[in-house]
Ligand binder design. Structure first.
Ligand code: NAD
Ligand code: IPM
Ligand code: MN
Length: 366
């Protein structure tokens, strides 16, 4: 199969982790006789530096002409004083809206091998397997009007949702939930305060009628933040709006052991967009400390959703588990002084997984 991938490495650790994801994809391509081509494109701070804009026209044009877009991360502290519309993050939000994907899938799995590395006790995280479905194109991120009026010293943003926006993402969440063993949706909102959330809840209940095998519960976002940490195993598919999903998915990094472990895929638009959940991590950029597993699991999602290579996607996921079980740890998941663990750099972790995938693919073909 042929896959044309727009490569949006971005800033900070973005290029470091994306390279490891590409290495894994290349091994899959070679072994399966597939052709994956990559178009490196500028986005975020790197694009501001080169072209004065976080999303150059060429980047958008080439991405729209690709089969999938693989993004690292954007953002750099040197742009912190700029207004939101001029910052690196504006490039990411613009490409999301131009590509049109509205269902952002963010899986968070508690791997047994990392049970001792999570700040949560193993008996809390054991078996947790959550899929966040985050609405990605609505809510406070895109609502108008928005402004910071310096003369009146007043700023405002607008949270907006339409019935259609809620319905389309809810349908995807229910479809996915109906195929998972637990068949459960937890819809998260703030319906005790916000009209947007009341609409959200009503639409979710309406969509639920079409999926009788799926059970539905509603949770308020504030208490959900604690339930996620105290009883993560009780959740299956967590459906929520844009900002709540942003915050809760980062929080789920605690369940998995690190934010650097989390992948994502955004579906429903013209071109699927794949990006790890973490940001550009300026505090560790350029030091070989970044965990590439979130990006590598994101590459597995590319294979699953844009290439129909489910077997290869699963194989990458199981090779990640094998390498963790063998005790290899980047510094973010090397908490404590645990016997049998070897600390590795970004490239070493990437190489270990790439080699493992190569061997496993070879063995699978015998
Ligand atoms: P961040 O996710 O970049 O980092 C938060 C913490 O997690 C940091 O301590 C960092 O070192 C650590 N971390 C993150 N990814 C890691 C990895 N792969 N391996 C090891 N440790 C990792 O969040 P932040 O510091 O709040 O934001 C930094 C910049 O990134 C900001 O400009 C922000 O807007 C941007 N950002 C971009 C994206 C994206 O491009 N998708 C996502 C989130 C944040
Ligand atoms: C994420 C990030 C982005 C978001 C930012 C960088 C625009 O935090 O992908 O989680 O808020 O969606
Ligand atoms: Mn985020």
């Amino acid at each position: 199969m042929h896959l044309k991938i727009a490569l949006l490495a971005g800033d900070g650790i973005g290029p470091e982790v994306t390279q490891e994801a590409v290495n894994v994809l290349n091994v899959v391509a070679e072994s399966g006789g597939h052709t994956f081509t990559y178009t490196p494109l500028l986005i975020g701070g790197a694009a501001i530096d080169a072209h004065g804009t976080p999303l150059p026209d060429e980047t958008l044009k080439q991405t729209l002409a690709s089969d999938a877009a693989l993004l690292g991360a954007v953002g750099d502290n040197k742009f912190n004083k700029l207004p939101p519309s001029e910052r690196p993050e504006a490039g990411l939000l613009k490409i999301r809206s131009e590509l049109g994907g509205f269902a952002n899938l963010r899986p968070a799995v508690a791997y047994k091998a990392l049970a001792d590395n999570s700040p949560l006790r193993p008996e809390i995280t054991d078996g947790a397997d959550i899929l966040f479905v985050r609405e990605l194109l609505g809510g406070l991120y895109f609502g108008q009007p928005r402004a910071w009026d310096k003369t009146t010293a007043r700023a405002h943003n607008t949270m907006v949702y339409t019935q259609g926006e809620v319905e389309r993402v809810a349908r995807i969440a229910f479809e996915i939930a109906s195929k998972r063993p637990k068949k459960k949706i937890t819809s998260v909102d703030k319906a005790n305060v916000l009209e947007c959330s009341q609409l959200w809840r009503a639409v979710v209940d309406e969509v639920a009628k079409d999926f009788p095998t799926v059970s539905v519960e509603h949770q308020l976002v504030d208490s959900m933040a604690i339930h996620l940490m105290t009883r993560p195993r009780d959740f299956d598919v967590v459906l929520t709006e844009n900002l709540f999903g942003d915050i809760l998915s980062d929080e789920s990094g605690v369940i998995t052991g690190s934010l650097g472990m989390l992948p994502s895929a955004t579906l429903g638009g013209k071109v699927n967009l794949y990006e790890p959940v973490h940001g550009s991590a300026p505090d560790i950029a350029g030091q070989g400390k970044a965990n590439p597993i979130g990006a590598i699991l994101t590459a597995a999602m590319v294979l699953r959703f844009s290439a129909g290579l489910e077997r290869e996607a699963k194989l990458i996921e199981s090779c990640v588990v094998d390498i963790l079980e063998a005790g290899y740890r980047t510094s973010d998941i090397a908490r404590g002084n645990i016997a049998g663990q070897t600390k590795v750099s970004t490239t070493e972790m990437g190489q270990l997984i790439t080699d493992k995938v190569e061997v496993a693919l070879g063995a699978a073909q015998l």
